[in-house]
Write a protein that binds this ligand. Structure first.
Ligand code: GLU
Length: 467
């Protein structure tokens, strides 16, 4: 038999912003499918009309795009499929796997109170389960699944192991409400089946749902997907990740200027591991990602580690790709786009800007010397560095730059020689030079700045300070 193609999906409910946990679940599904030549699908679970908003859907689409989690085909709207959901409920009815229940809310309430008084399970047991259809009234009804009354259901979970649920704990859940609309439980199963989903990788808050959803698969005679319920993300203190710990929204991380590759790397490591590997590429993650590598205990969000990995990804990034992503970051934050001149400068300087920048704002700060224009504004520290002694020394350097060959070695040699002639060290001249070229302390090395700025601009900036 040929291997079945892997199909995974992310199925977020568009009821708010996109949570970082949703991003991680999406990433796991993406890695699993992409590493196996499979498909990764997106379904927007917008069946709850009260809580779903177009803005939340938009936030999910933007978040996926920013993180580079491309999905196959169009995003599926669950709400658009309600007729199909109802059709399956009716098929289950016709097959005797589900039944019409005419109980009113009051009757259900009375059942529960009586059960409580008798110390029995309050799971609702409908008298309509085995009723003769001839006895059905002409009244509104819900469609309920016929759950087994005894025995056990075992979820063969790839992360949690075999999870056994006693069937006596499963009620005859509702599939269709009295207004004919499908419940979430029904919609998820029908959609996963119709979309050909082979692997359901999702948060372990859905583990109990799996046992109930399996009843629908069984009722329809559909093959079960492979389940992998992943532990939720906790904060550094071991409590469920919340705003208290820091940002929880994907968009916030984008706004803070983390590179998408670093986010993917970090989120992949959040609850999954491959030996001791911390820093890796997408290609490696796709090759390595598997379900047994997912831990059973909640992962703790570690902001320092995120920053560290992001710094490594910026440093290792392709210059042109980094500039492209940086410009997208600038656009996302609503700042002015780079001018052509600034863009050229950034392009020339990216090789040194990307060293030791953990975020795009940090990279932009280092790039100040490129983005600014003459005359250079100097901060207080830079002003101090430019005392009369150093201005004097620099004024000897400036004319010599006119004929110097413009490469690192020659420039270093020249500055060292001037320093030596004044009985000082090259390092002592770095501060004043930095002050003249960048006007502040955060910048690449002075030689990198000279190389990026070029001869004319370097000399002009030195001349501006009277050197
Ligand atoms: N819509 C559900 C959620 O956002 C996910 C359902 C699923 O993955 O099966 O939590």
């Amino acid at each position: 038999m040929s291997e079945q193609q892997v199909v995974t999906r992310i199925a977020p409910s568009p009821t708010g912003y996109m949570h970082i946990g949703t991003a991680r679940t999406a990433l796991f599904n993406w890695l699993y499918a992409r590493g196996r030549g499979g498909k990764f699908l997106l379904r927007i679970e917008d069946t709850d009309r009260e809580r779903s908003t177009p803005e939340a859907t938009e936030a999910i689409l933007r978040g996926m795009e920013w993180l580079g989690l491309d999905y196959d085909g169009e995003a599926v709207s669950q709400f658009a499929r309600v007729d199909r959901h109802a059709e399956v409920a009716h098929a289950l009815l016709a097959a005797g796997k589900a039944y019409k229940c005419f109980a009113s809310q009051d009757e259900i309430q009375a059942f529960r109170e009586a059960a409580r008084a008798e110390g029995k399970s309050t799971l609702y047991r409908s008298p309509w389960r085995d009723a003769d259809p001839a006895s059905h009234p002409d009244a509104p009804y819900v469609v309920r699944i016929k759950a087994p009354l005894d025995g056990e259901t075992v979820i063969r979970d790839q992360v949690q192991g075999d999870v056994t649920i006693r069937n006596s704990e499963l009620d005859d859940m509702i599939l269709l409400r009295s207004d004919g609309t499908p419940t979430y439980m029904l919609a998820v199963v029908v959609d996963d089946h119709d979309m050909g989903v082979t692997h359901v990788i999702r948060g372990d808050d859905h583990l109990n749902n799996a046992a109930r959803q399996m009843l629908i698969y069984a009722g329809m005679g559909w093959p079960l997907p492979v389940y992998a319920h992943i532990p939720l993300i906790f904060g550094p203190d071991g409590k469920k990740l919340s705003k208290r710990h820091g940002a929880t929204g994907v968009a916030e991380y984008q706004q803070m200027g983390y590179p998408a590759a670093g986010m993917r790397n970090y989120l992949a490591r959040l609850g999954w591991s491959h030996g001791d590997d911390e820093f890796f590429t997408d290609a490696q993650a796709m090759e390595w990602f598997d379900l047994p590598g997912i831990g059973r205990s909640p992962a703790r969000f570690d902001f320092k580690k995120l920053e560290n990995l992001c710094g490594q990804h910026i440093a290792a990034g392709d210059d042109a790709a980094l500039l492209h992503e940086l410009e997208a970051f600038i656009a996302a934050t609503g700042e002015n786009a780079l001018t052509g001149e600034q863009r050229d400068g950034m392009s020339r300087g990216m090789y040194c800007l990307k060293e030791r920048a953990k975020t795009f704002p940090e990279l932009l700060e280092k790039a100040h010397f490129i983005l600014t224009k003459r005359p250079i504004d100097r901060d207080e520290k830079a002003d101090k560095a430019l005392d009369s002694v150093s201005r004097g020394i620099l004024s000897e350097l400036t004319p010599q730059l006119q004929n110097a060959s413009w490469d690192r070695e020659s420039l270093e040699g020249l500055v060292a020689a001037v320093a030596e002639a004044h009985d000082t060290k090259l390092g002592k001249l770095a501060g004043p030079l930095r002050a003249a070229l960048a006007g502040r302390a955060v910048s690449p090395s002075v030689f990198d700045m000279m190389l990026v700025l070029g001869r004319d601009e370097t000399i002009a900036r030195l001349t501006d300070i009277g050197a």
